[in-house]
Ligand binder design. Structure first.
Ligand code: ASP
Ligand code: MG
Length: 406
């Protein structure tokens, strides 16, 4: 008897018929002799709707109330699925985050899971029930409801799988796996049978929407095998797992893009100790993450500092940077949100040379200017003009031979 965690995204629970389809998938695993825990998102579009309501109610909604509100979408789907399962003769029970006790820190909108109490769930499983848990939500140690950030039910599922020592975590979604790149942008995109945690993490962090980055981090940490599967087809699937020898042979496994970036340049800042800290400390205090950072070599004691933030943080970041720039005596602050970040990812990159050169040459051949570059051991990212996103992805996909079945 195995313990399986199944997670279904918003499009898989978008209406009652779809919820009945989800019920069938849970029942099938149950009938095969497994213990089943199902984690659900809200119905497609529901979390967006709730967020819009909050912002209609107030310009900056109170964060505690905001999290309570936007967590309600999942209450609807878990209870509906349990109602359906029970009516079909398969005993089931729904649980909200606080009922399980998915304990998080206090960071509203992006809370981190601290611990999960598995006692209740195990009791229910022992009784032969299917357990249905609301994704995306938890509770802090003062009993406030918290949410885990957009796409957070992936993280709920992997965290539950880790805490329950599940044999498998299946993430059901509207695509049939992880692709070399977005098939909507490049028609040569190919589904991967498996991908390493590290590659998946880089892909998720640089724009692949299929899994929330935190869920991959968690899967890697606790060695949870994650299958990305389609709710609507039996075909395909991608296993996210530990790196193996085959994976190292691939120089580049995937290409991602992120059009949600904005570039901020602080022009003519004095080149002396404490300047970067003066800029980035107030940003971090406001929970604004900075992605790429470039500082030019200094000329006559002055330098330019360029970095990127998420578009949603741009307004706040601009305010903070403007005031910090004044304090440190910078000349001016320039902003460009007409950019995109293109990344190539592959564990084989660490042991192959010439990968960066191929990337730069491929972009240059198309007349695409590179504004910023950043690298990790298994990733190279370039910031380019937004209008070249599709072109860059397509030519890079071709240049690294990703369309070919290997
Ligand atoms: N419903 C939440 C969202 O839309 C969580 C999730 O879908 O994973 O972000
Ligand atoms: Mg999702």
């Amino acid at each position: 008897m195995a313990l399986i965690v199944q997670k279904f995204g918003g499009t898989s629970v978008a209406d009652i018929d779809k919820i009945k389809n989800v019920a069938q998938k849970a029942i099938r695993e149950k009938k095969a002799g497994n213990k089943v825990v199902v984690v659900l998102s809200a119905m497609a579009g529901e979390t967006d709707r709730l967020i819009a309501l909050a912002h209609k109610a107030a310009d900056s909604p109170d964060p505690r109330e905001y999290d309570s509100l936007i967590s309600t979408g999942e209450q609807v789907t878990v209870t509906l699925l349990s109602i359906v399962l029970n009516s079909m003769g398969h005993p089931a029970r729904s649980f909200l985050g606080f009922q399980v006790k998915i304990l998080t820190d206090k960071a509203y909108k992006k809370a981190r899971i601290v611990s999960i109490d598995t006692e209740e769930i195990k009791k229910e499983l022992k009784k032969g029930r299917i357990v249905v848990v609301a994704g995306f939500q938890g509770v802090d140690d003062d009993n406030n409801i918290t949410t885990l950030g957009r796409g957070g039910s992936d993280t709920s599922a992997v965290a539950l799988a880790a805490a329950l020592k599940a044999d498998q975590c299946d993430i059901y979604t509207d695509v049939d796996g992880v692709y070399t790149t977005d098939p909507n942008v490049c028609d040569k995109a190919r589904r991967l049978d498996k991908i390493s945690y590290d590659e998946m993490l880089e892909m998720a962090m640089t724009g692949a929407k299929v899994l929330q980055p935190r869920s991959v981090e968690m899967a890697k940490k606790y060695n949870v095998p994650v299958y990305v599967k389609s709710t609507f087809s039996e075909e395909g699937g991608t296993l996210v797992t530990k790196e193996d020898k085959d994976m190292e042979k691939e120089v580049v496994s995937g290409i991602t893009y992120d059009r949600d970036q904005a570039k901020i340049t602080v022009v003519h800042v004095p080149d002396k100790p404490g300047i970067a800290a003066a800029l980035f400390t107030p940003l971090s205090e406001q929970n604004i993450s900075v992605d790429m950072i470039i500082q030019n070599a200094s000329l006559e004691g002055h330098t330019d500092l360029t970095f990127t933030v998420s578009k949603k943080d741009l307004k706040d970041a601009q305010k903070i940077v403007n005031s910090a720039a004044k304090k440190i005596g910078a000349k001016k602050v320039e902003v460009d949100d007409d950019v995109a970040k293109i990344s190539i990812i592959g564990v084989g990159m660490a042991s192959h040379s010439g990968v960066a050169a191929t990337m730069f040459k491929t972009l240059a051949d198309e007349g695409i200017n590179i504004m910023m570059i950043s690298t990790s051991e298994i990733k190279i990212s370039c910031v380019i003009q937004r209008k070249y996103t599709e072109l860059a992805v397509t030519v890079l996909h071709n240049a690294f031979g990703l369309e070919k079945k290997k």
